[in-house]
Design a protein around this ligand. Structure first.
Ligand code: ADP
Ligand code: ZN
Ligand code: ZN
Length: 724
């Protein structure tokens, strides 16, 4: 029996690597490290990654052998491999899970790394010579198309004329066409606008940066941050380096991708949820091979290998979607900074409304600061803001009459408006007007949301759904009324008030399909109309015809228990406001609230986001809240609360104290029950990161084996961004 074994990490919530023998006749050596292997695990086969070779752990029973080695060379090596190790250590996550998170689906499942460029077909020299002699028919038409277009994918030929694949096969048999994986020819580039002084200063600061240089690009909405990224990326390409641009999860990706592609002479690869798994795997392989030069992607793209990295950009760096909320709870912006340091390249964090973490770092001098103070389009100005006090007002479908009138004026001028409400569905609550009963979810601590024009109830937390009850289950009354407005109901009210123009709703329910958001925005076109929707609308869309933005209710944002409520409210308000008046026509912003005197609102109106952010930072510092403290949240869920509490009690016993380290809990989570499970949490707090990290490093590996762990689902969230 060979004395060395392969240590294999598996995509399972288990902290340790597993020992396997190499396949019969092969020897375990260092060249296996980083390569994928298929191994037997229990009754199934899993794909894992070799993390080491060494002597078998003593006392292990008879070891099984690896079924197959899947790579000759590692998919992730060098700096990209080290990033996985950092992520596993910092978030105290199993290495196998981190590795699986970093890979596109097909690679995680063991598929071979795809060809970098899709297979395309072209005429061979003999095909070119023979073309005039071909009989009229499909093969000849295919050959003619290839003559005109150069090289084409079989799929696009087939889309132009069904049956083309068959014709290709016959042409290939005669040696008249051949498959190629050569890169597509360079693209024509849109002429960039002439940068203004602030843009030019920012772009040259990025271009001049040597080595690791973290920079905060603080540009008001519409200030032209994308043009700065483009200029910086062109410089990076000219130096022969690769660039990675991270974008938030929903909404923005398609638009940003199109703008970057139009402004760059190379193919821009994309890795986001709108792309098929195959395309993501191809983008990964292209960047890893160096053939790909620019990648635009969401959160997990931060793990893509970049052997010739020159620039990392995180657009809308404040966006919460950079933080993964399940599995490995990493923050892509923070990892981008870690990568920038080990790669020795500049990292640009762009936002109109930077996170308090980044602002604090900028104030402390750890992030350089680049500012774009004005809107970029000639003539574009900051919008005017009106606060509508809706106390004791009669509203029409949730809207103040003067807002409805302003919307009517806007569309009458041929312009567009946006109405924002952070609640999808018809109404947030179904209420009995006679006894006060309101429809609860049986499995969650939450109300059910009314959907489908009032006919269905849906729980937004567990997905439970049921028809609306015909009568109140408590008192039998028929006076059941949907309370408040969701986007569906607003759409109805707006369409009734503005029957002449399209009212287009944009939320998770209307954009679930591929490219749904882009298609919804396209239905509006350039003509007059109204967009109504959630969060998705707040993100960087550039809609030149939009001149009015309205927030239907600011109040939930003002009174949430979340420590980040103020920051989020300010970001949302500024981003929604930022959609209006981006071109020559002036914009107006309407805010409906029952609390017009709220101090956060007053700060925003007098000094904008910077004033609010400064006040919130001072509050956080006084209260020793993040970013002036470091947190880790342990959550446990179980059918009975006692089991979850017992687990967290046992967790507390594993935590050795440390300087400035404290904890609160176990205590019920703000949402104490979800999907039929009790939720309990433990919050670890520390003044400095190292004692917290040391305590976790010592304790977490033991949590998997606690007897109490068997009765719960638990997770650890380092630097949590919400405590719900
Ligand atoms: P941001 O991302 O900062 O909100 P964008 O990059 O979307 O801003 O730019 C807003 C608009 O201004 C876009 O339509 C863009 O084409 C235009 N723009 C940007 N820079 C310039 C410039 N230097 N001159 C003219 N128009 C510009
Ligand atoms: Zn009732
Ligand atoms: Zn529920």
């Amino acid at each position: 029996m060979p004395s060395t074994v392969l240590q294999v990490a598996l995509p399972r919530p288990l902290p340790q690597a597993f020992d396997y023998l190499p396949p019969a006749g092969e020897a375990a050596g260092a060249d296996w490290i980083g390569c994928r292997v298929r191994v037997p695990f229990g009754r199934r086969a899993l794909v894992g990654v070799v993390t080491g070779v060494g002597p078998a752990a003593s006392g292990t029973p008879a070891l099984k052998a690896v079924d197959a080695r899947l790579d000759a060379r590692p998919l992730l090596d060098g700096e990209a491999w080290d990033l996985l190790g950092f992520t596993a250590r910092y978030y105290h996550a199993p290495f196998g899970e981190v590795w699986a998170t970093a890979l596109p689906g097909p690679l995680r499942e063991g598929d071979p790394a795809p060809e970098v460029h899709p297979q395309r077909w072209r005429l061979t020299p003999s095909g070119l010579a023979a073309l005039p002699t071909l009989r009229p028919g499909r093969p000849r038409r295919v050959a003619e198309r290839l003559l005109i277009e150069g090289a084409l994918e079989a799929a696009s030929l087939d889309a132009a004329e069904a049956g083309s694949r068959d014709a290709l096969r016959r042409l290939a048999e005669r040696g008249l066409v051949e498959a190629t994986h050569a890169p597509p020819p360079p693209r024509a580039v849109r002429e960039p606008p002439e940068l203004n002084d602030a843009q030019r200063a920012a772009a040259s600061a990025i271009g001049a940066a040597k080595g690791f240089t973290p920079l905060l690009l603080e540009g008001v909405t519409g200030s032209g941050k994308t043009e700065v990224y483009l200029e910086a990326i062109r410089g990076c390409l000219a130096r022969g380096r690769q660039a990675l641009v991270l974008v938030p999860e929903i909404g923005l990706t398609g638009a940003t991708l199109a703008r970057l592609q139009a402004g760059l002479p190379v193919e821009v690869h994309a890795a986001h949820s709108g792309r098929s798994d195959g395309e993501r795997a191809r983008a990964f392989a292209a960047m890893a091979s160096g053939a790909g030069r620019v990648l635009v992607g969401t959160r997990s793209a931060v793990f893509t290998p970049l052997p010739e990295a020159g620039l990392l950009v995180v657009d809308e760096e404040h966006d919460a979607s950079y933080k993964q909320q399940d599995g490995v709870r990493y923050h892509a912006r923070d990892l981008a900074l870690v990568r920038g340091r080990s790669l020795g390249v500049p990292v640009v964090l762009g936002s109109a409304t930077p996170s308090l973490e980044s602002l604090k770092a900028a104030i402390g001098g750890r992030l350089g600061r680049l500012v774009l103070p004005k809107r970029a389009r000639p003539g574009a100005q900051a919008p005017t803001v009106r606060v509508v006090d809706v106390r004791k007002r009669r509203l029409e479908g949730g809207l103040a009459p003067e807002l409805v009138a302003a919307l009517a004026d806007t569309v009458a001028r041929g312009e567009q408006a946006l109405v924002f409400r952070n609640r999808r569905g018809y109404a947030p609550v179904l209420l009995c007007h006679d006894c006060g009963w309101s429809a609860p979810c049986r499995r969650c601590d939450a109300h059910m949301t009314v959907h489908a024009g009032g006919r269905r109830l849906v729980c937004h937390h567990c997905g439970a759904t049921q028809p609306r009850p015909p009568a109140c289950p408590d008192c039998g009354s028929l006076a059941l009324q949907p309370q408040g407005q969701g986007t569906e109901r607003l759409e109805e009210a707006l369409q009734a008030a503005l029957p002449e123009v399209p009212v287009v709703r944009v939320d998770r329910d209307t954009t679930a399909v591929k490219d749904g958001l882009a298609r919804r925005l396209a239905t509006l076109g350039d003509g007059p109309g109204v967009l109504v929707g959630t969060q998705m609308l707040a993100k960087g869309h550039d809609l030149p015809g939009l001149t009015l933005s309205a927030i239907v209710s600011l109040d939930e944002g003002l009174f949430s228990a979340d420590v980040r409520a103020g920051e989020r409210m300010g970001q949302l308000l500024v981003q929604v406001a930022g959609r209006a008046g981006r071109a020559a026509r002036p914009g107006e912003v309407w805010l409906q609230t029952h609390h017009p005197e709220h101090p956060w609102l007053a700060l925003l109106l007098s000094g904008g986001y910077p004033a609010l952010a400064a006040a919130l930072l001072a509050e956080r510092e006084a209260a020793r809240l993040p970013p002036y403290a470091h947190w880790a949240l342990v959550r446990a869920e179980a059918p009975v609360e006692a089991a979850a509490t017992a687990f967290l009690g046992a967790v507390v016993d594993t935590i050795a104290g440390g300087p400035g380290l404290s904890w609160s809990g176990p205590m019920p989570a703000p949402m104490a029950r979800r999907a039929g499970r009790a939720r309990v949490q433990l919050l670890l707090q520390a003044e400095q990161r190292p004692p917290l990290q040391a305590a976790l490093a010592a304790a977490v590996p033991g949590w998997y084996d606690l007897p109490e762990a068997r009765r719960v689902r638990w997770s650890l969230d380092v630097d949590p961004i919400d405590l719900l």
